[in-house]
Design a protein around this ligand. Structure first.
Ligand code: MG
Length: 423
């Protein structure tokens, strides 16, 4: 490795007399950094797709000094390998320590739909890999690069991911929540297959559906340990009249939040629901970038926001969204459905802003994969993840285990990018 001192010894000494000091200084500036090593250059970017909570993408950035950064993107991540291939022309030879400038250059690629959707999902995973790389290059944990930590441990909530809120699965999952020390659990009450539905596309819940929802929440609240807070998700499935009725009827249960009672695409409708009830309203997993949250904040349309850092723009963008929310005294409970690599990335970001509430864990139905996905093993202890002090994200993928979830027909960090390893 070329250090500043070595450079001086090898290049400056023989020509000390011939080379003027300003020229020597310029030579050093061009080939090294203040971190006393030669400038890093990106040499390759590769992807691997897995199928766990839908298609999820793992992204690796390679450098000329052997350092590798890894990130993850999720939800509609199916296009990530192709998009990462298309980013390559901007990335090859770039200094990966300029994380935000690289991110901004790619975001301003306005002809690629750069304000949301799959483009920002891919960019999020890439940005996380850049932070991992920067941390490893500088010998610092990512939270430190994001401005330092407000907390040593990040609170995690259990998404129960249940098919049936009333049967033995509920008994099992609620006992698990208590046994593992979680302080918050979440259930879903939207049901596309409810036999009472008016029709397939209508968003209005009739009384029979409303009774089912109330019965489920009541049952769970009675069975769940009183020390554990309950959140309820409606998955953007219903209309405003239904959302207002449900939120009102659920008031006695003192939910931590009611999530996406209406779709987040109409901010005024969300605000109408929020103003109608004392039940705290949350949304955000389907919004992108700080601009996607601006109107939500300005109109005070929700009580809690839920950005997904593997989807909404990455860790620095997540922090900016959280800082914006803090100006409105809105807490942040990030959506998170990824592997331990992605969750640990979110942990670093959640440590680095004050108004953090709780972070989601969604792999309760994939626990064998979860526990073995990284070499560090289980990272959730008594409902918290300790913010690691190792350089970068501080976790390393256990490839033999992760590869079990590889998506058919996709490349496993192969050189061919978007295709399979055989093409
Ligand atoms: Mg949700």
């Amino acid at each position: 490795m070329m250090t500043r001192r070595k450079l001086l010894q090898t290049s400056a000494a023989p020509i000390a007399g011939a080379m003027a000091l300003p020229a020597l200084s310029a030579a050093i500036q061009a080939s090294s950094t203040v971190y006393r090593r030669p400038k890093l250059k990106i040499t390759d970017v590769r992807t691997a797709m897995v199928l766990v909570h839908g298609p999820q993408a793992h992204i690796r950035i390679y450098t000329d000094q052997g350092l590798i950064g890894q990130g993850e993107s999720t939800d509609a991540a199916i296009g990530t390998p192709a998009l990462i291939q298309s980013f390559k022309r901007f990335l090859m030879g770039a200094d990966p320590l300029n994380v935000e400038a690289i991110w901004e250059q790619l975001r301003r690629n306005v002809f690629s739909g750069a304000q949301g959707g799959q483009y920002i999902t891919a960019l999020s995973g890439l940005e996380i890999a850049l932070w991992d790389l920067a941390g490893k290059a500088l010998g610092l944990p990512v939270y430190q690069l994001l401005g330092g930590k407000f907390r040593d441990k990040v609170r995690i909530y259990l998404d129960t991911d249940m098919k049936d809120n009333l049967g033995p699965e509920a008994d099992r999952k609620l006992a698990f929540a208590k046994e593992k020390g979680f302080s918050v659990a979440k259930i879903d009450i939207d049901e596309a297959a409810d036999p009472h539905r008016f029709d397939r596309f209508n968003r209005t819940a009739n009384n029979a559906e409303m009774d089912r929802m109330l019965k489920e929440v009541q049952h769970i609240r009675e069975k769940l340990d009183p020390s554990i807070e309950l959140a309820v998700d409606m998955h953007a499935f219903y209309d405003a009249p239904t959302a207002k009725r449900v939120a009102k009827e659920l008031e006695p249960f003192r939910l931590l939040w009611l999530e996406e009672p209406v779709p987040a695409e109409n901010i005024d409708a969300m605000a109408e629901v929020k103003r109608s009830t004392n039940t705290p309203i949350a949304c955000g997993e389907n919004l992108y970038l700080r601009w996607g949250y601006r109107e939500l904040m300005e109109k005070r349309a929700v009580d809690i926001i839920q950005p997904d850092f593997q989807k909404a723009g990455g860790l620095a963008e997540g922090k900016k969204i959280a800082n914006l929310a803090d100006a409105y005294y809105i807490p942040v409970a990030p959506h998170c459905v990824v592997s331990p690599v992605g969750l640990m990335a979110s942990v670093h970001a959640c440590a680095a802003f004050p108004n953090f509430l709780v972070l989601e864990w969604h792999w309760v139905n994939h626990q064998d994969l979860w526990k073995n996905w990284i070499k560090e093993g289980e990272i959730i202890e008594r409902g918290f993840v300790t913010v690691p002090d190792r350089p970068g994200l501080g976790v390393e993928m256990n490839e033999e285990v992760a590869k079990k979830a590889q998506m058919q027909g996709t490349s496993w960090f192969g050189p061919n990018g978007a295709g399979s390893d055989r093409d």
